[in-house]
Design a protein around this ligand. Sequence first.
Ligand code: FAD
Length: 292
Amino acid sequence: MHVLLPRTLEEALEMKASAPPAVPIAGGTDLMVELNFDRTRPQAIMEISRLPELNVWRRENGTFSLGAGVPYSRIVRDLTEFRPLVEASRTVGSPQIRNRGTVGGNLGTSSPAGDALPVLAAYDAEVVLAKAGGKIRRLPFAQFMTGPKKNALAPDELILGTRWKVVRGPGSFSKIGTRNAMVIALASLCLVLDEDGRSVRVALGSVGPTILRAPDAESFAARAMETAGVWRDPFGPLPTRVIEEFGERVAAAAKPIDDVRGTAAYRRHACAVLAQRALRWALDDRKLTGAR
Ligand SMILES: Cc1cc2nc3c(=O)[nH]c(=O)nc-3n(C[C@H](O)[C@H](O)[C@H](O)COP(=O)(O)OP(=O)(O)OC[C@H]3O[C@@H](n4cnc5c(N)ncnc54)[C@H](O)[C@@H]3O)c2cc1C
């Protein structure tokens, strides 16, 4: 197996364009597992974790761009304004995995259990792809992830990173597994409130072939908050039955299966519980901040 060591993004994209295309390795926390179990044996791998162009983030005109190669530990340390992303990053593996693992790798693997992915879905993020010759493609997250461990990345492309419009409002990421750390999610959920757009966004992981949004539950909650006057007054109460129905509607959006980690029925129930908790946390956070 050849190991390629590009020094710049341009060199990496040239190598990607050669045949057969080299398989990128960033943190290696997914790819090395595949190599160790002999599930894949590429002719060439390309080390991209030191490419400076992938290890950056940028704020620009109300949007945020996150480089594919930024490891979770840096997100946790430096990007505290993006609470759901930090909460998701903090739950990935162990400190060693978080020091190496990247959001680009999570996107590359496209597992429905990838913890960063519900956050990107709820942020309405786009995935930025590049190929040699300076060609850039931007895909909404929902068009990038096409199935379990399937995505729209072409063999000659690299993931440059992901970009989203920054919204004002509370949010969270939570997951349920068989233990509290080093665990693959049985079900995960990201909820984001957009104060200016007066909308509620919910994305579910590990309960379908891709990350799922819950549009019916989202519009139900936004409408109920309007009716109860909660958008205007963070101290205005949202009836308990609304929060319960929100949970039921989120659970109805899940498409879970039975597998070794849990049953479909348990996963659906977990979605309802996670959704109710996440909405309650968001409403409490609005009380603390005065929904500023
Ligand atoms: C012990 C252990 C615990 C784990 N726990 C969790 C967990 O709790 N939650 C979770 O979500 N994941 C977990 N993982 C999986 C893994 O850590 C994450 O998916 C991580 O985000 C992968 O990032 P990486 O940089 O290591 O990817 P790599 O292994 O380097 O790459 C993964 C895939 O993406 C491709 N790729 C990487 N970067 C790019 C790029 N820029 N352009 C194109 N393709 C690219 C690679 O070719 C490969 O196919 C765990 C893994 C281990 C070993």
